[in-house]
Design a protein around this ligand. Sequence first.
Ligand SMILES: Cc1cc2nc3c(=O)[nH]c(=O)nc-3n(C[C@H](O)[C@H](O)[C@H](O)COP(=O)(O)OP(=O)(O)OC[C@H]3O[C@@H](n4cnc5c(N)ncnc54)[C@H](O)[C@@H]3O)c2cc1C
Length: 179
Amino acid sequence: MDNQQNLPQAAEIAIVGGGIVGCCVAYHLAKLGKTDIVLLEQGQLSCGTTRHAAGLVGQLRSNPAMTSLFRYSTQLYSELETETGPATGWTQTGSVTVARTDDRMTMLLRTAASARAQGVDVDVDVDVITPDAAKDKWPVMQVEDVKGGLWMPGDGKANPTDLTQSLAKGARMRGAQIA
Ligand SMILES: Cc1cc2nc3c(=O)[nH]c(=O)nc-3n(C[C@H](O)[C@H](O)[C@H](O)COP(=O)(O)OP(=O)(O)OC[C@H]3O[C@@H](n4cnc5c(N)ncnc54)[C@H](O)[C@@H]3O)c2cc1C
């Protein structure tokens, strides 16, 4: 759909904004079986803030609900290209988070323990690593003042614009309309 003349008079669900959030909502509602969905974007899909995002996807968050959400995101992003066709730029690179103070290291250790304690629903792989191990992962890093860090092998990066298009295509494939 590409002009206002084709807009339906009514829809069960209207979503305003075709950034990653709007397209993701459309995709998941369509996946839940909703078909009478219209997503309205004033410009082009992902023309807003989404276009400027770096695309880093880290699973370790400060609370269980957010960690579950990001864990799900990494699974979805790794499968979406196969499902819808367009590339998403998803690459499972792993990530290194480092601490330069004892307090920050304590915070990282607590966050890692909390991620592990979240159990099978989350199942996040996280390793506590030494400064030298961090340097092995990213050799240009200066580690003289680093206390330690965390290695998250399941983290990665995606292209936010391509990801948005891919979610939009997945929504369209299930009957949603995008204007
Ligand atoms: C892979 C990925 C990784 C990310 N990583 C990080 C991160 O590490 N840290 C972080 O802080 N953030 C991250 N982000 C989030 C990112 O920075 C933005 O916060 C996010 O993309 C915003 O999405 P949005 O859909 O809410 O907003 P937008 O992308 O701004 O989309 C809103 C859309 O609504 C449209 N619109 C507005 N008003 C109207 C209207 N009246 N009628 C019709 N259309 C309208 C706009 O044109 C726009 O396209 C990440 C995002 C992605 C996709």
